[in-house]
Design a protein around this ligand. Structure first.
Ligand code: ADP
Length: 167
């Protein structure tokens, strides 16, 4: 039986921490779907729109043959059912991630007991890394090239140039 897993997130934008989790998960499961969330409800509006986030992640992960990037909205467990995924992958960086992640995993298990959540521990080098930190550095004109794929830098530049914001 093929096992399909979903790695859901906002990916606003995808960082090397996300890439690391995706690469490791792609080795654990037959198929991995990167689910890019269309409506990150409790959070503020993403910097990159859904189409941009999907496009960026798709280019970055294009060399992983069993990985597919898809947008989704609504309940994650419904999306999991629609693509016949039996596993949800989440990354864990620190204790601060733990409480929220375990709560969400519990809710998803309640909604859909057949779907298991699997946590992948962040690599030591990326435990401090988040999309928010990358956005902050990018918008303040700092060097964040160690934290993202070059495509992300290009996209930030395009948006910053278009907005006419001085750095
Ligand atoms: P969400 O809005 O769903 O938290 P994110 O795009 O911020 O989406 O993160 C998606 C997943 O990737 C989450 O499980 C998060 O904990 C994990 N993650 C984020 N950054 C890293 C990192 N540097 N290393 C490992 N996992 C990470």
């Amino acid at each position: 039986m093929r096992v399909t897993a979903i790695y859901p997130g906002t990916f606003d934008p995808m960082t090397v921490g996300h890439i690391d989790v995706a690469q490791r998960a792609s080795k654990m499961f037959d198929d991995l779907i990167i689910g890019v969330a269309g409506d990150p409800s409790a959070k503020k509006t993403p910097f990159f729109n859904l189409e941009e986030r999907v496009d960026i992640a798709g280019e970055i992960l294009k060399d992983l043959p069993n990985v597919k990037v898809m947008p989704f909205s609504g309940l994650l467990v419904k999306f999991a059912a629609s693509v016949e995924a039996s596993v949800i992958v989440r990354g864990l960086r620190a204790i601060s991630d733990f409480e929220y992640e375990v709560q969400i995993a519990g809710v998803n298990r309640h909604l859909s007991p057949k779907v298991e959540t699997v946590f992948i521990a962040a690599s030591q080098d990326y435990t401090f890394l988040s999309s928010s930190i990358v956005k902050e550095i990018a918008l303040l004109g700092g060097d964040y090239s160690d934290f993202v794929h070059p495509r992300v830098i290009k996209e930030f530049q395009r948006k910053i140039d278009a907005s006419g914001v001085e750095q």
